[in-house]
Ligand binder design. Structure first.
Ligand code: BEZ
Ligand code: FE
Length: 278
């Protein structure tokens, strides 16, 4: 049977497509036979994939969420990006990035008075040798203190906790935000049912997203995780990488830009290294 199906691909013109189809069928057939799959189980799988497609819309991509929760997105990400010398590790984009975030000046407050622990962020963008990269475009986005992104809150007016910065002559940018907290991925669809069925929780470890572009360099999409955050070892999309876990220590008293903060505040310092284009 497998041989007949593999042979049916003999006329495929694209050699890569031939390789992928052949290997996919061989492994799928092996999965079916080695697990003695029943008709009822296969019908359940087809129904699961059908429902996964049916809940997709302009603002929801359940197939990507399935790929994320099965660790496939992170595997592809690692294969694509981890062979690049001295580049900060990448991490999955996630569904909450919005193209064209508002331009924000260095020093601004992305949280604009939202509740949460204030956090001062001071990051640098350099090349692999540590040379600063001025004029790099840095998109930043994160959830609020309750774990929601602005796009999940239809009553909210305008973009919140997201912005686009440009690095200064020293390749740096600074801003205020709030300490990120854990939140569940959308779990009211088939992916949530899958997590439930296998006894997994839907939470992501707290993180701030960054997308960094500079002329002549590879674009870096990544996330930074506070080292004292929850779910670092059981992130629901397997997105945590060791080098992206960062201390965001607590401070009290005077702040770097003289802003008066009542009580404790956090601080995030990090250097992103991005590689030249191949
Ligand atoms: C996120 O970090 O925003 C995210 C990533 C993958 C799936 C769901 C959410
Ligand atoms: Fe996120």
């Amino acid at each position: 049977m497998s041989r007949a199906v593999v042979a049916s691909f003999a006329g495929t013109e694209d050699p890569r497509l031939h390789t992928l189809m052949t290997d996919l069928v061989r492994r799928a057939h092996d999965f079916v036979t080695s697990n003695d799959l029943t008709t009822a189980e296969w019908e359940f799988a087809i129904d699961f994939l059908t429902r996964t497609g049916q809940v997709c819309s302009d603002v929801r991509q359940e197939f990507i969420l399935l790929s994320d929760t099965l660790g496939i997105s992170t595997m592809v990400d690692i294969l694509t990006n981890s062979r690049v010398r001295e580049q900060t590790p990448s991490a999955v984009l996630g569904p909450f990035y919005v193209e064209g975030p508002p331009a924000v000046r260095s020093g601004a407050d992305l949280a604009e008075g939202l509740p949460g622990v204030p956090m001062w962020v001071d990051v640098a963008v350099t090349d692999p040798d540590g040379a600063p990269l001025p004029d790099a475009i840095v998109d930043v986005w994160q959830s609020n203190e309750d774990g929601f992104y602005d796009v999940q809150l239809p009553d909210l007016d305008g973009p919140v906790l997201r912005g686009q910065f440009r690095t200064d002559a020293d390749g740096r940018l600074r801003f205020w935000t709030i300490l990120p907290c854990e939140y569940p991925i959308p779990d009211d669809g088939p992916v949530g049912q899958m997590l439930d069925a296998v006894g997994r929780h839907p939470f992501r470890a707290p993180h701030v997203h960054f997308m960094i572009s500079a002329p002549g360099h590879r674009r870096l999409i990544t996330q930074l995780f506070p080292s004292d955050g929850a779910y670092l070892t059981s992130d629901s999309v397997f997105g945590v990488k060791h080098n992206l876990i960062v201390d965001m220590p607590e401070h009290r008293g005077p702040t770097p830009d003289g802003r008066v903060v009542d009580g404790a505040w956090r601080r995030l310092d990090f250097t992103f290294r991005i590689a030249p284009d191949a």
